[in-house]
Design a protein around this ligand. Structure first.
Ligand code: ASP
Length: 356
């Protein structure tokens, strides 16, 4: 896969989504659940300009100058925190990071009190990561500014799913295919049960028309997952057969209460992505991993580093662009952008009329 620039679609493709705020009428980004397909596409299209900017030596756009963004991370993170910080700074905002380990949370402050404190500081956007599913929604209900979910427990990680869709679309476009995900077979393998990345990706990929297969040992497969319009597999070889994209997941040890797998070695034997196994997928298969990777467990090094096949570093690149798009779009109302304040057409009415 080359990294040469490919022509991005225009940021606002007429007819692809309704104009102004109706293209994304949400106050925050709490999850992929509840987003219409055209709203997901809108964020992906908005991110294209930032992919371009980020590839220039001068990566600065000051549209968020004067705004304050707080990254409140109550759980460990390397790439997501850095990515949001870089995204906010490239847009000219003042970005402040709050780490739970050094905050008053350690002194017993409740989540709601922390939220009220952040709100009183008049943040213009708050990005939250928390170990409890639902904590981000709770905070969003207590503050006046847009809230972005940077991962809540095993619930959702919406910007990861968006950056993954953007990564796939770029890879398809670069090899001359259509950038649509419709009909693409995507296999997600690993700890499906505890993975917020799996959940958000299932919601986004199915909304965009991909056929999603999920693969895990029985203990790591959520019951009733078929209801999410995916096909479950326990046999990884079968799940790989003819796959266009393979997304590997880390074992979420921090969310495991008890023994879910016999041993990492055993897990690798049945569910690790090796070069031999990868040969079962379609020629030209794309390999993804949200990171952090456990090389030699869910993915072998010679697969993770396979040039032209592995998109893992590209995912990190797309992450910054997606987060810039989300911060820009979600602050448009507060910045009083034309079309984002005042009367607007409803997204539902537009979707009904255009059949989107
Ligand atoms: N970084 C991703 C997350 O925060 C994936 C992982 O941790 O395994 O969920």
């Amino acid at each position: 896969m080359t990294t040469s620039a490919s022509p991005p679609p225009p940021a606002s493709q007429s007819g692809r989504y309704p104009p102004g705020a109706a293209a994304f009428p949400h106050q925050g980004l709490l999850g992929i659940a509840g987003l219409a397909p055209h709203e997901i596409l809108f964020l992906l299209d908005e991110a294209e300009q930032w992919v371009e900017l980020n590839r220039q030596p001068q990566k600065r756009d000051d549209r968020l100058a004067g705004l304050t963004i707080i990254n409140a991370f109550f759980e460990n993170s390397t790439r997501t925190l850095l990515s949001f910080e870089i995204a906010g700074k490239r847009l000219g905002a003042d970005v402040v990071n709050m780490h739970a380990a050094t905050s008053s949370v350690k002194k017993g402050e409740t989540l709601i009190d922390t939220a009220m404190t952040l709100n009183a500081m008049r943040a213009d956007a708050i990005v939250i990561r928390h170990a409890s599913s639902g904590a981000v929604r709770l905070i969003a209900g207590k503050v006046d500014c847009p809230v972005l979910n940077a991962g809540d427990g095993q619930h959702e990680h919406p910007t990861q799913a968006l950056l993954d869709a953007l990564t796939i679309r770029h890879a398809l476009r670069e090899r001359g295919d259509s950038d649509s995900l419709v009909g693409l077979t995507v296999t997600i393998c690993g700890d499906i049960l505890h993975s917020r990345v799996a959940r958000s990706n299932i919601l986004s990929l199915t909304a965009l028309g991909a056929n999603v297969r999920v693969c895990a040992p029985p203990a790591l497969m959520p019951e009733g997952i078929e209801a999410m319009r995916v096909t479950p597999f326990h046999d990884f070889n079968a799940a790989l057969d003819g796959a266009d994209v393979v997304m590997m997941l880390r074992l979420q040890q921090e969310r495991m209460d008890g023994q879910f797998i016999p041993s990492p070695r055993e897990f690798r034997h049945l569910y690790g992505l090796t070069l031999d196994r990868l040969a079962r997928a379609k020629p030209g298969v794309l390999v993804m991993h949200p990171g952090p990777m456990n090389r030699g467990v869910e993915i072998d090094s010679n697969v993770a580093d396979l040039v032209g096949t592995s998109l893992i570093t590209r995912q990190v690149e797309m992450g910054v662009a997606i987060r810039m798009a989300c911060l820009d779009v979600l602050t448009r109302r507060a910045r009083k952008l034309p079309g984002w304040v005042g009367p607007e057409i409803s997204g539902e009415a537009w979707a009904r009329e255009t059949g989107a």
